[in-house]
Design a protein. Structure first.
Length: 277
């Protein structure tokens, strides 16, 4: 584990790092925190998939898609030996996962009682999805002086607005890309279940392109429309776009956005830093 040395008369005369030795005079001259790399494992269990990310200090190193087995997480823990871990889950999961993480790291389960860098003045904070809390945490961490509209493109589209005073005001939820494609197939007798695509025509020329055009371009217009409505109320704010469906929708948006597929993990890291000091 990384060990921090702060200004103190009890400092050792010579400090050794992986590159060699610092003399006492060099150590005092630099007056910095000497630390071994802290490794943090962040896990996101969503409705569609389970993912994990590894941070070395505050740098994101790797992201994985997991299966449902505890063994897949056990393998990550065994290989990377994280000092800290955090889990965001919006689905029921094997309680053995929490026990595994708690036994092998300083573990935090994200929930409405977690220490957060923002307030949640919305009704029933216990009903706020952990994924939405993580997105808001990322926005506050990276853009602390701005209003932020964070749009998550997952199983559902979530619109999350947090103001420059670090108040999460709420937002909205609508069906996501796969949900819309599945609904067309499920609630009709002849429409097929088609694969999502980013290169879609305005005018579909067969059943598949009619569906992808309607769903993808329809979602893009919906997102642009919501952003426009926010702009009519708030003069200056960031739009942060994240989630697995960025690749399909970002090319069709007219609004200025900051796209980051790993924003949720960055928010989890920020929350872990506060809750696992």
């Amino acid at each position: 584990m990384y060990k921090k040395f702060y200004g103190s008369s009890s400092w050792p005369k010579t400090i050794i790092n992986i590159q060699g030795k610092f003399t006492n005079s060099q150590y005092l001259k630099h007056s910095f925190i000497f630390a071994i790399m802290i490794t943090t494992l962040c896990l996101d269990f969503g409705n569609t998939r389970k993912k994990a990310a590894l941070f070395h200090q505050d740098e994101l190193k790797e992201v994985w898609v997991l299966d449902d087995a505890v063994s897949s997480i056990e393998a990550l823990v065994s290989k990377h030996q994280p000092q800290k871990s955090i889990l965001s889950s919006v689905v029921a999961h094997d309680p053995g996962i929490e026990k595994l993480l708690a036994a092998n790291s300083s573990f935090h389960l994200l929930n409405y009682q977690s220490k957060l860098a923002f307030t949640t003045p919305v009704g029933k904070p216990e009903t706020i999805g952990a994924d939405r809390l993580a997105l808001c945490a990322a926005a506050v961490h990276y853009y602390p002086t701005k209003h932020n509209l964070i749009i998550g493109l997952g199983t559902c589209i979530t619109f999350n607005f947090i103001n420059k005073y670090h108040e999460f005001l709420g937002g909205s939820i609508s069906p996501g890309l796969l949900m819309r494609l599945k609904a067309l197939n499920y609630y009709t007798s002849k429409l097929p279940l088609v694969q999502a695509a980013s290169d879609v025509p305005l005018i579909g020329y067969d059943t598949t392109t009619n569906i992808t055009s309607g769903v993808v371009l329809g979602m893009a217009k919906e997102i642009d429309g919501i952003i426009k409505s926010y702009r009519e109320r708030f003069r200056n704010f960031n739009v942060l776009l994240t989630g697995g469906d960025i690749v399909y929708l970002a090319p069709h948006l007219k609004s200025k956005i900051f796209a980051d597929p790993d924003l949720l993990f960055k928010g989890l890291y920020a929350i872990s830093h506060v809750n696992n000091p």
